[in-house]
Design a protein around this ligand. Structure first.
Ligand code: PHE
Length: 391
C-alpha cells in the first residue's frame, strides 16, 4: 500500500488526499499504521486468532471449496447469492424455529449434465426428525441408563465424535425404516432397494437409497444423521436427528414410468390429464406418449489452453458447454455426451467431441430446424467459451 503521511496542507492516506482543516488531529505515527493490516499478515498472531475464529464458524457451514458451491455446478445471481441447489439449505432455520419434525418441498437449481434423468431445475422434498434422550431410548429395555452424547469420543465411519454408538444406531435404524416404509407405500413391497454409504457435508454417517429402475440402480434420495454442530447452532443441542432429501422427479419417473425428465414441464394435455385422479391414493396407469424420432449431430472443438485460469477465471468446464447447449437448444436437446477426448501428441492441445441428441417431446423435428440450432451452438461455443471449432 502507498505510504500514508501528513503534510502542511493535506494528509495522504492509501493514495487519497484529504485537505487539512480545523478538525485535523491525526499524527504521523498513527498514519504509519494505516495499511499495515496485521490481521492479513500470514502467521501473525492476530492472523492466527482470526483464522481460528473463522474456522470455528465456517465449520458449521459448507466449506468454501466444497463442490456444492462451485460456480461450474451452480447458478449464481452474483458473488454472494446463488439459487438454492438443495432444500437442505432450510434445515437450520426450521430447527431454530422450534420444530422437531418437518417436511418441506421446493424447486432447486443445478448446472449438470444433460440426459433423460437430469434437468437444471428439479424438485426436492426434505424431511427432518429430532429425538430427545427420552424419545430415542424409551422403547429400549433399561433405556433410562443410556445417553445420546459422550465426551472424548472420536469420529469414525459409524458416528460423530459427540454421539454414542447406541444412539446413532437407533437413529440410523429409524431413518432407514422410515424411508423403506415410504417407498414400500409408494411402490409396493417388491421394489428392490439398496443402501450405499456416501458423504454429505451436513450429515454423518450418510447414505443414499437406490432403487432398481429399468435394470439399473438409480439414486432417489440422500440421508443421514445430522451433524451435531448444525443442531447446536440452531438451539437443539440436546437432541439427535436424521434428515433426508429426495428427488421428486426421480421418484415420479420410476413410479409412473415417465421416460424423460423434460416431460414434467410439458403443457401437453395428453400428459397432464393422466394425473388428474379423484383421490391421491388412487393408482395412476401412465401411458407413455409415443416418442418422436431423435436426430443427432456432433460438435468438435479445441479447448482454450489453461492460461485463462491464471487470470482468475475458470477455464473451460464441461458444464459450461452443457449450459450453453441448454440455453440455445432448450428442451429440444435430449442428451449431450462427450464422445471423444483427444490430446494432440505434439502440441498438447486438447479437443472434445460431443454428440447432441435432439428430440421434441410432442412432434417430429426436421433436419433443417436442427441444423439451424446446431449452427447457433457452434457459433456461440466459439464466441462465448473461447474454444476453436473443428466444424
Ligand atoms: N441435500 C442432499 C442433496 O441434495 C440430500 C440430503 C438431504 C442428504 C438431507 C442428507 C440429508 O443431494
Amino acid at each position: 500500500a502507498p505510504q500514508s503521511v501528513i503534510g502542511q496542507d493535506s494528509a495522504q492516506v492509501l493514495g487519497q488526499s484529504y485537505p487539512r482543516d480545523d478538525f485535523t488531529n491525526v499524527t504521523p505515527k498513527i498514519l504509519e499504521k494505516v495499511g499495515r493490516n496485521l490481521h492479513n499478515q500470514s502467521h501473525h498472531p492476530l492472523w492466527l486468532i482470526k483464522e481460528r475464529i473463522k474456522a470455528h464458524f465456517y465449520s458449521l457451514l459448507i466449506p468454501p471449496g466444497h463442490p456444492s458451491r462451485k460456480r461450474g455446478d451452480n447458478y449464481y445471481l452474483n458473488r454472494t447469492t446463488m439459487l438454492r441447489a438443495h432444500t437442505s439449505a432450510h434445515q437450520t432455520d426450521l430447527v431454530r424455529s422450534g420444530l422437531d419434525a418437518f417436511l418441506l418441498a421446493g424447486d432447486v437449481y443445478r448446472r449438470d449434465e444433460i440426459d433423460a434423468s437430469h434437468y437444471p431445475v428439479f424438485h426436492q422434498m426434505e424431511g427432518v426428525r429430532l429425538f430427545s434422550n427420552r424419545q430415542l431410548f424409551s422403547r429400549v429395555q433399561n433405556g433410562g441408563e443410556l445417553s445420546l452424547f459422550e465426551r472424548g469420543g472420536r469420529r469414525s465411519p459409524e458416528k460423530q465424535e459427540t454421539h454414542t454408538l447406541e444412539a446413532v444406531k437407533l437413529v440410523e435404524f429409524d431413518l432407514k425404516r422410515t424411508l423403506t416404509q415410504l417407498v414400500s407405500y409408494l411402490f409396493g413391497a417388491d421394489l428392490e432397494i439398496r443402501w450405499v454409504d456416501c458423504y454429505f457435508p451436513f450429515t454423518h454417517p450418510s447414505f443414499e437409497m437406490e432403487v432398481r429402475f429399468q435394470g439399473d440402480w438409480m439414486e432417489v434420495l440422500g440421508c443421514g444423521v445430522m451433524e451435531q454442530e448444525l443442531l447446536n447452532s440452531a438451539g437443539a443441542g440436546d437432541k439427535l436427528g436424521w434428515a433426508f432429501g429426495l428427488g421428486l422427479e426421480r421418484l415420479a419417473m420410476v413410479l409412473y414410468s415417465i421416460p424423460d425428465i423434460r416431460l414434467f414441464w410439458s403443457q401437453d394435455e395428453r400428459f397432464l390429464k393422466q394425473f388428474r385422479v379423484q383421490d391421491i391414493h388412487q393408482p395412476v396407469c401412465f401411458q407413455t406418449l409415443s416418442k418422436y424420432p431423435p436426430l443427432h449431430n456432433d460438435i468438435s472443438f479445441w479447448l482454450p489452453n489453461g492460461k485463462e485460469s491464471e487470470a482468475g477465471r475458470e477455464s473451460f468446464t464441461e458444464n459450461d458447454f452443457y449450459e450453453l447447449v441448454r440455453s440455445i437448444g432448450g428442451d429440444l436437446v435430449e442428451k449431450v455426451s462427450l464422445v471423444d477426448n483427444f490430446t494432440h501428441p505434439k502440441t498438447g492441445r486438447r479437443s472434445h467431441c460431443y454428440r447432441i441428441i435432439y428430440r421434441h417431446m410432442e412432434r417430429t423435428l426436421t433436419q433443417q430446424e436442427v441444423q439451424r440450432v446446431h449452427q447457433q451452438i457452434e457459433q456461440a461455443a466459439e464466441s462465448e467459451l473461447g474454444v476453436q471449432g473443428r466444424f
